[in-house]
Design a protein around this ligand. Structure first.
Ligand SMILES: Nc1ncnc2c1ncn2[C@@H]1O[C@H](COP(=O)(O)OP(=O)(O)OP(=O)(O)O)[C@@H](O)[C@H]1O
Ligand SMILES: Cc1ncc(COP(=O)(O)O)c(N)n1
Length: 267
C-alpha cells in the first residue's frame, strides 16, 4: 500500500446511491484507489428523481477540501454538483492554494428528471473560475451547449464546441455524445491539438442514472494511478459501457449502473 493512489470527489450526495458522491466513491474503490469526499450539498433522491436539494455553506466545502488535501494528499480530484457561485469560488481557491493537479470537472447542471443541480448564474463561474485549473472537463451535450452558447447537433459541432471549451482554459475536453439520437454513441477527446473519437453501440436500457458521475470518477481514478489522459479515457469508457450493460435494474425509475463492473475488465 506504499504507493496507494488517492482521489478526492467534491460533489453532492445522492441518497439513492447511483450518482454523486456515492457513485464516485464506489467507482474509486473499484479501481483500487483510496476515495475521499468534500460534500457540497445533500439531495433527497431516488431512481424516480430529485425530491429536495440542500446546499452546504461554501466554507464547509472549503474546510473539507483543506483538511484532506493537507493531511492525506490528493493525486487527482473531480468535481460534480457544485450548485452555486460561492461553492465554485471556494473550490477554485482550494485548488489554487494547494496547487492540486489532475483536476477533472464534470460540469453537472441538470439531473435526468429536470432538477437544477447548478444555478443558472453559476455556469459563468465554472468557466471563469474553474476551467483554468482543469485538466479534463467532461460535459454532456446540453452542458457543452450551456458552456459555449452554441447548439450541438452533430459530431462536427461537437468538435467546434470542444475547441471553444479548450479556448476557455481547460486542457482537455471529453464530450459525451450520449444525447445525440443515434444507435452509435460518439464520445470525443480533444487535447487542444488532436481529436480522438470513441465510438460504441448504445445499450438499450433505462438504467443510466449517474452515468456521467461514474464515468468521470473512473477517469479521475485512472489519473490518480498515473495513467495518461488517453489511457484514462480508454479505460473509463470501457468501464462505463460495461457498467451500463450490466446495470442491476433496481428502483422503479432510471436505475443505477453496475459500479462493480471493472472486475470483469480486470483493470
Ligand atoms: N445507453 C447507453 N449505452 C451505452 N453507453 C452509454 C449510454 N448512455 C450513456 N452512455 C455512455 O455513458 C457516458 C456518459 O454519457 P452521457 O451522455 O449519458 O453523460 P451524462 O448525460 O453526463 O450522464 P448523466 O445523464 O448521468 O448526467 C458516455 O461515455 C456515454 O457514451
Ligand atoms: C448529487 C447528484 N450529482 C449528480 C447527478 C447527475 O446524475 P444524473 O444526471 O445521472 O442524474 C445527480 N443526479 N445527483
Amino acid at each position: 500500500m506504499g504507493n496507494l493512489a488517492k482521489a478526492l470527489t467534491v460533489a453532492g450526495s445522492d441518497s439513492g446511491g447511483g450518482a454523486g458522491i456515492q457513485a464516485d466513491l464506489k467507482t474509486f474503490h473499484q479501481f483500487h484507489v483510496y476515495g475521499m469526499s468534500a460534500l457540497t450539498a445533500v439531495t433527497a433522491q431516488n431512481t424516480l428523481g430529485v425530491h429536495g436539494v440542500y446546499p452546504l455553506p461554501a466554507e464547509a466545502v472549503a474546510n473539507q477540501m483543506q483538511q484532506v488535501i493537507e493531511d492525506l494528499g490528493v493525486d487527482a480530484m473531480k468535481t460534480g454538483m457544485l450548485f452555486n457561485v460561492e461553492i465554485i469560488e471556494a473550490v477554485a481557491e482550494q485548488i489554487r492554494q494547494h496547487q492540486v493537479k489532475n483536476v477533472v470537472v464534470d460540469p453537472v447542471m441538470i439531473a435526468k428528471g429536470g432538477a437544477k443541480l447548478l444555478l443558472d448564474e453559476a455556469v459563468k463561474a465554472i468557466v471563469e473560475k474553474l476551467l483554468p485549473y482543469t485538466l479534463i472537463v467532461t460535459p454532456n451535450l446540453p452542458e457543452a451547449e450551456h458552456l459555449t452558447g452554441r447548439p450541438i447537433r452533430n459530431v462536427a459541432e461537437m468538435k467546434e464546441a470542444a475547441k471553444a471549451i479548450v479556448a476557455m482554459g481547460a486542457k482537455h475536453v471529453v464530450m459525451k455524445g450520449g444525447h445525440l439520437p443515434a444507435d452509435e454513441i460518439v464520445d470525443l477527446l480533444y487535447d487542444g491539438e488532436q481529436f480522438f473519437t470513441f465510438v460504441h453501440q448504445r445499450v438499450n436500457t433505462q438504467h443510466t442514472h449517474g452515468t456521467g458521475c461514474t464515468f468521470s470518477a473512473a477517469l479521475t481514478a485512472e489519473l490518480a494511478k498515473g495513467s495518461t489522459v488517453y489511457e484514462a479515457m480508454e479505460r473509463a469508457n470501457r468501464f462505463i459501457i460495461e457498467a451500463i450493460a450490466t446495470a442491476p435494474g433496481i428502483g422503479r425509475g432510471h436505475g443505477p449502473t453496475n459500479h462493480w463492473a471493472a472486475i470483469k475488465l480486470s483493470i
